[in-house]
Design a protein around this ligand. Structure first.
Ligand code: HEC
Length: 178
């Protein structure tokens, strides 16, 4: 039977060509996949950038606003306490605690916030005087709390914001008596 003679070297060339085309195909595939994922990455980068911009531009209260809020609860706390309205007093000191936590969370960029923890012992002693419904201990820990507000203001050069024990209730439309 007649069989065409195939030179060994011809087969070798064909395999070699096939392998080359295969390699080229793989390179193109890789390039395609890479360009696709780099497109995805730049899309994601754009999204991250836009979200970051939104976060930066979103409203958050400043330290002064948090402080003005604390000031209100400080005054309410006094009138609740001296009227032995312990439930309201507990509510007011908890509001102050929450605002302190919010300051740590939202105003961590302000250098002064590092001094904030000096207020913790005063808050704790108010809380325990409220728990034990002890009026004289409440009054003395409130005096310490107020002194601590001023100690911090002094430390961070805002000593002109001087806090004192209030003379009259901050609002006429709220009952402080039990
Ligand atoms: C970090 C220590 C720190 C502590 C503790 C602190 N303050 Fe302040 N307070 C500040 C700083 C800083 C400012 C100035 C904020 C600003 O930039 O407007 C301020 C400002 C204020 C102001 C003026 C707000 C305004 O805009 O008119 C009041 C009122 C105030 N604090 C009340 C209090 C009371 C009440 C307490 C205690 C229960 C207290 N602060 C505890 C640091 C402190």
């Amino acid at each position: 039977m007649f069989l065409p003679r195939i030179k060994k070297s011809n087969i070798g060339k064909k395999v070699y060509k096939l392998r080359n085309s295969f390699l080229i195909l793989i390179v193109f595939l890789l390039l395609y996949v890479c360009s696709d994922s780099s497109q995805q990455i730049s899309g994601l980068q754009k999204q991250v950038y836009e979200l970051q911009k939104k976060v930066d531009e979103s409203y958050k209260p400043g330290l002064g606003e948090f402080m003005s809020n604390i000031q209100i609860h400080h005054a309410k706390l006094w009138f609740a306490g001296i009227n032995k309205n312990w439930k309201l007093a507990e509510f007011e000191i908890d509001e102050i605690s929450e605002l302190i936590e919010d300051i740590k969370k939202y105003e961590s960029g302000r250098e002064e916030v590092k001094v904030l923890p000096i207020i913790n012992p005063a808050i704790d002693s108010i809380k325990s005087s409220i728990k034990s419904k002890d009026l004289s201990s409440f009054k003395s820990s409130f005096t310490t709390l107020t002194a601590t507000c001023n100690a911090c203001h002094k430390e961070v050069h805002y000593e002109f914001n001087k806090i004192k024990i209030p003379d009259s209730p901050p609002f006429s439309n709220q009952e402080f008596k039990k």
